[in-house]
Design a protein around this ligand. Sequence first.
Ligand code: N01
Length: 490
Amino acid sequence: MPSPSRHRVVVIGSGVAGILTAIKLRERGITDFVVLEKADTLGGTWRDNRYPGAACDVPAHLYSYSFAPNASWTHRFATAPDLWAYFHGVAEEHGVLPHVRYRTEVADARYDAGTWHLTTTAGDQLDADVVISAVGRLHQPRYPDIAGLDDFAGPVFHSARWPADLDIAGKRVGLIGTGSSATQITAAVVGQVDRLTLFQRTAQWVWPMDNTPIPLWRKALLHLSKRYGTRYYWSLKEQIDFIGRAAKGDPAAVEARNQTVRDALGTVRDPELRAKLTPDYEIGCKRLVISGTFYDAVQQPNVDVVTTGIQQVEAGGLRTTDGELHELDVLVLATGFHADAYVRPMTVTGEDGVTLDDVWADVPMNYKSVAIPHMPDFFLINGPFSPGGSSSVLGIIETHVDYVLQLVDRVLAEDVALAPDPDRSAELLAEIRQRASQTVWGTGGCTSWYLDEDGVPLVNPVLLDELAADMATPVPEDFVVSARAGSSAG
Ligand code: N01
């Protein structure tokens, strides 16, 4: 067997966070690194989600790297292909592409005497001083446990696996789910399909925000004036922070948010449909669906909203518990993701044989979402208990990458291994969980992908500015420092 290739740093994942990590490593002069990517292109979410209408519901100028503003965004929200092109372009411009090794999925990571030994699903081996997991949170499709899915005669697939060549024109399409993905699909396909049947288990609160074109004057100003770009960025951030402040319970923000979403629901004219679409839990408990088009789309005459439970899928369609068969040609499962998987199914074994499953037996224990006790020099970007709400994940990952790379600087400069102190990690996490459990995410009477099995949000209720202030510089006393035995330095 060939000896493992060895790198100072291995980054896992080439989505938005992996690309950023690679750019920042290169900026620091660290070039002995590889980015391992399980697919055959980079781009993560924006590569995988290509369903009709796939777009980012955070304003595009806010969903861009701070060092790479894009004055050419055409609309308030950017589509998946445009986002993919933007992130690919930035990666190319910053010399990331030669570092990416495609079709390489890490199955196992094992720490021994200062070295991480990685094994891929193909059996290849790599060694590294530092591992940075940038695998993202919403990438492992959650398939529903519904009897008969395999019996369906037509195409059936998860929203993140939409077949590129599928023609839905004139088809009877069934859509399970009413989250952000399903609502975007609804608005995009309603004008093409013969019938759309939306199988809704739980209604959603919808924040109406139109995807307005960026006017030419604004584009021109964005091209010409950096100062204007910064002002525009901050005004967008204020709008999004407003949703975050509401989630934290700020009374004025709560009132304004609630009024806005109730007014939006009020635009549904048919009282019966409006009743179906009215959630029975507090506004903001689930992540708000942000859509200026969903309510209009769902009122079109070729749309049915079915709230009766699903019994089974059959060759010809989907049967609900009232015995009715809803005949379908295509079935879309917009049923979300295993948001609590994080790095799993990859197995990780840290110092003294301690496994990730050991450390995460009760809760995904971590230090500030970026490090894990007993896992020296193994770091996460956007790990467990990262901020939630509707803030731009770009701000979160920029904060995390800056922080993690300060730790990496120390690891490489001093040739030490750093793992967060277990007691300090537990103390900080207990405090976050306590605050999170009191937010509407924990008390609002809903289930959501924010919650763990105990119903406690896996989310830090903190605004981006607060996160950035807290993570500006690592606190040395919070880390256990050990000498590294197997360094590749030199
Ligand atoms: O997934 P979800 P998503 N039978 O988990 C239903 C981001 N995102 O892909 O609520 C019937 O929100 C489930 O019902 P219930 C964004 O952060 C961003 O839509 O559990 N129904 C729910 O309605 C978002 O929050 C963009 O009762 C079943 C739906 O499926 C996150 O991704 C765009 C079921 C799943 O909703 C996830 O959104 C899209 C079953 N067995 C997504 N199982 C942007 O624009 C599940 N459901 C950035």
